[in-house]
Design a protein around this ligand. Structure first.
Ligand code: GCO
Length: 465
């Protein structure tokens, strides 16, 4: 039997759901700047959660949810590099947290889900130590304000994804391919994680602090030695760099020595390593969409982003990171979502078992879900049986892992409602609740919403096994 305190919930991120981008004293984030400048579809209004959070939280309650994972927007809370606080922004999150508590929903708060204030991006963003220190000051404001109401804190959402997309692959802002900066940004985020954990302990906060990682459990195409070596390198790149560092306080040494051959690591100070060693997290949040299937990369090989239908892949899960590492190989025998993510629930079971054996700390599955193209404009609600099937299989994988001894304490579906998807606009719909973006942001629960309500209310007993 699942523990009665298991946290069933859903998740969002501030930039992807709030809108109100220039309201309430919010200053621009790097995403506002980048999307506006490049004339790309943006999250100016997103899901209009800024104005409709009460309705959204009421729906969560109606849906039987026990927790809500969301992020605080740094650009709403801190006005400038001097650290001046924006009271209106502070109040907005008090309102959200209070509304959750009033409705019996546990707030599960992320401090950073990618919306760095543009005033820090102007100073070089996460590749600079100054930003790392500024983050800790921002965290302190949040702890002081919300500390007596919030039990679950996460420092970062998916640092690996943010850093590599922005600094190496270049498909997210700042949109460059610069390995030296990639290393600096990764390091400073992990240092900021440790310094924030230290602050949390020093302030004697009544709660727990963790980190949320985009987890890609590693599988090999065969059992050869070459593949095993490739898998280890890929694991360092995909997972260990974040997980070993945050949970064990150790940056993978084989990765550092490879990087040291070509790049300048002198910016890493002895006291940084000490801080990382001494300040590790209480829990880990794993976001699971798909595994990484690895085949060794031969230098000079042409890398194609091809999906199983022979077309160019849209999904970022198949983007190859040449150099750091090996290739993520599309498995032609697998099934894929409409957005080209491989569907592989067994990877979640195996990933949890591996992570639990290796780290032994409590795990929350902080994101899991599937995107479809859906038409929500009609009178009838969307009958998303494909999503129900997907979620059922993944929750089953989690329940099996728990039965086999893993300490998984909560599960959050991505996403609460349809959102703005980074660079994919509003077409990529993950929500249990549909949003008619064209029609006054009307909220329209899909079949999966009612299905999940039963799962939450029965504490998982309605999952088909
Ligand atoms: C998307 C992505 C995101 C992420 C989330 C990561 O399509 O935009 O899938 O929604 O899942 O922001 O934490």
């Amino acid at each position: 039997m699942l523990d009665k305190n298991f946290l069933w919930g859903t998740a969002t991120a501030s930039y992807q759901c709030e809108g109100g981008w220039n309201e309430g004293g919010r200053v621009p984030s790097l995403w506002d700047e980048y999307l506006h400048k490049n004339n790309l579809e943006n999250g100016d209004n997103a899901s209009d959660h800024y104005h409709r959070y009460k309705e959204d939280i009421r729906l969560m309650k109606e849906g039987g949810h026990k927790a809500y994972r969301f992020s605080l927007a740094w650009p709403r809370i801190i006005k400038n590099r001097e650290g001046d606080v924006n009271q209106e922004g502070i109040q907005f999150y008090h309102n959200i947290i209070d509304e959750c508590l009033k409705n019996g929903i546990e707030p599960f708060v992320t401090l950073f889900h990618w919306d760095l204030p543009q005033y820090w991006e102007d100073k070089g963003g996460w590749a600079e130590r100054e930003v790392c220190d500024a983050f800790v000051r921002y965290a302190q404001v949040c702890f002081e304000e919300y500390g007596n109401k919030v039990t679950f804190w996460s420092t970062f959402n998916e640092p690996r994804y943010y850093v590599f997309s922005g600094y190496k692959i270049g498909n997210y802002p700042p949109g460059v391919d610069d390995t030296q900066k990639t290393i600096q940004a990764s390091f400073y985020m992990m240092l900021a994680n440790a310094l924030t954990v230290r602050l949390f302990r020093e302030m004697k906060m009544d709660g727990q602090i963790g980190i949320v990682h985009s987890y890609a459990p590693i599988f090999g195409v065969d059992n050869s030695l070459e593949t095993k070596i490739a898998m280890r390198k890929a694991d360092n790149y995909f997972n260990n760099w974040i997980l070993d560092t945050a949970i064990k306080g150790e940056i993978p040494i084989d990765m550092l020595s490879i990087l040291n051959e070509k790049y300048d690591l002198c910016f890493m100070k002895v006291e940084d390593f000490e801080a990382i060693k001494q300040n590790t997290v209480d829990f880990v949040g794993l976001n699971y969409y798909a595994r990484a299937l690895i085949k060794p990369y031969t230098d000079g090989e042409t890398i194609l982003r091809i999906n199983n239908k022979g077309k160019e892949a849209k999904g970022s899960s198949k983007v190859v990171v040449k150099g750091w590492f090996e290739q993520v190989f599309d498995n032609p025998d697998s099934t894929y979502t409409e957005w080209d993510t491989e569907i592989y629930p067994q990877g979640l079971y195996e990933g949890i078992m591996q992570a639990y054996k290796k780290y032994g700390i409590p795990i929350y599955i902080t994101e899991n879900g599937v995107a479809f193209y859906e038409d929500v404009s009609g009178e009838k609600s969307v009958d998303d049986q494909g999503r129900i099937h997907f979620l059922n299989a993944h929750i089953d994988a989690i329940l099996r892992a728990i039965e086999d001894g893993a300490d998984v304490l909560g599960y959050f579906i991505w996403s609460t409602m349809d959102l703005y998807s980074w660079k994919n606009g509003h077409e990529k719909r993950y929500g249990l609740v549909g949003i008619d973006f064209e029609n006054n942001f009307e909220r329209k629960p899909k079949s999966s919403f009612y299905w999940y309500k039963k799962v939450c209310e029965s504490n998982g007993a309605t999952i088909e096994r």
